[in-house]
Design a protein around this ligand. Structure first.
Ligand SMILES: *[C@@H]1O[C@H](CO)[C@@H](O)[C@H](O)[C@H]1NC(C)=O
Ligand SMILES: *[C@@H]1O[C@H](CO)[C@@H](O)[C@H](O)[C@H]1NC(C)=O
Ligand SMILES: *[C@@H]1O[C@H](CO)[C@@H](O)[C@H](O)[C@H]1NC(C)=O
Length: 350
């Protein structure tokens, strides 16, 4: 504000001065224009410094905010990748979108054959072209699981834990968060449920030893450090699929093999993860009621394996497998659940 004033008054002064001494006019004019250039340069320079100080203070503020928010909300550091298929949207995925996914929406990503309704475009990878027609075959499953790692590697700096779930699973996100917060993601962790009671026996080279693997159907979580260590084997789709085919293992067994044989990391077993294949889980109603609030995942397999003894808070066609009812039992303070529970109790006591 001060500089422009001096600049113009000096101009006037020098103009007056020059009208008296025309002999030195040329030199005066040269000095004058030099002064003008210096002045403009100085002003621009000041503006630049001022602007720079503004923007840099903005970025430091932003950095502080972003780092404090990420350190304070450890709950947001889990990435959920769900393997699904368009043909299961209305029979499976819809129920997850109405329940647990609502609670962690922005951290959930999908591996699917075709575009799905109500899912934002940057939250899914389409696999139909690469993995071929939907089949429960070994290479299709390996191909889809290989896509998990595309997401895992893409968001390696954003998340600390990387979990895979199937579209027939309910995840108690609070229990998952609580459990993972007890472990250090800077160490290699491979967490899940062993579906067999014995390790898989292996005699072949390059690793002729038995090893444990976690069934993907119960959900599997990997720490950030383990995902980093797996990079050479999961870098691209073909690398993972070729590995699966060479070893002749299904996707979850192959993952267990990679982690045991190449990284020397053993499975951290967690029996609070459950798959739809677990026959006894919903058999004993009393036991279920005793333990269900502590479980991390639940598998559903309608009409064979689901908690059919639960009361249905919804009309049965809106909650076939009682997933929404289970959700309300776990989160009774959610507004919609309060209404449903009240309605149910009113009907009961009519
Ligand atoms: C998908 O979105 C539409 C429109 O927003 C809504 O009517 C429908 O209930 C949603 N479906 C699910 C499963 O959330
Ligand atoms: C996948 O990765 C392997 C080894 O890291 C490399 O040799 C191969 O060319 C890659 N393939 C593609 C399609 O990028
Ligand atoms: C694998 O890890 C175990 C301990 O977890 C260690 O005793 C063993 O030496 C390791 N093996 C190799 C080949 O690094």
């Amino acid at each position: 504000m001060f500089m422009p004033f001096t600049y113009s008054s000096e101009m006037q002064l020098s103009r007056q001065f020059c009208s008296y001494c025309t002999c030195h006019g040329y030199i005066r004019r040269r000095i004058n224009s030099l002064n003008t250039y210096l002045m403009i340069y100085f002003i621009l320079f000041s503006i630049m410094i001022y602007y720079h100080s503004l923007t840099s203070s903005k970025t430091t503020q932003f950095d502080i905010q972003s780092s404090s928010s990420s350190s304070s909300s450890s709950s947001n550091r889990i990435m959920y990748v769900i393997r699904t298929s368009s043909k299961f949207y209305t029979t499976r995925l819809k129920y997850l979108l109405q329940t647990w996914i609502l609670l962690v929406n922005e951290h959930v990503y999908f591996i699917t054959d075709k575009i799905l309704p109500n899912i934002s475009y940057n939250h899914f990878i389409l696999t139909e072209k690469i993995c071929g027609h939907e089949k429960h075959a070994m290479n299709t499953l390996c191909c889809k699981t290989a896509h998990d790692f595309i997401f895992f590697h893409r968001y390696l700096t954003k998340y600390d834990w990387f979990c895979h779930f199937d579209d027939d699973q309910y995840v108690n996100i609070n229990n998952l968060e609580k459990y993972l917060s007890t472990l250090n993601f800077n160490r290699p962790y491979y967490i899940g449920r062993n579906s067999w009671s014995k390790p898989l026996n292996r005699l072949k080279q390059p690793y002729p030893y038995p090893f444990w693997f976690a069934t993907l159907g119960a959900g599997v979580c990997l720490s950030k450090y383990l995902v980093h260590l797996l990079e050479p084997y999961t870098r691209n789709i073909s690398k993972f699929i070729n590995g699966c085919l060479k070893e002749n293992y299904h996707d979850d067994i192959y993952l267990g093999f990679l982690i045991s044989a190449y990284l020397n990391v053993t499975l951290t077993k967690n029996i609070r993860f459950h798959s739809h294949l677990e026959k006894d889980f919903y058999k004993d109603k009393q036991k279920f009621f005793k333990i269900f609030t502590e479980q991390i995942t639940f598998g559903f397999f309608y009409p064979y394996n689901y908690p059919n003894f639960l009361p249905n808070f919804y009309q049965s066609h809106l909650d076939r497998s009682h997933i929404r009812t289970l959700h309300c039992l776990l989160y009774p303070y959610i507004f919609e659940c309060q209404i449903k529970i009240r309605q149910y109790l009113l009907n009961m006591t009519k």
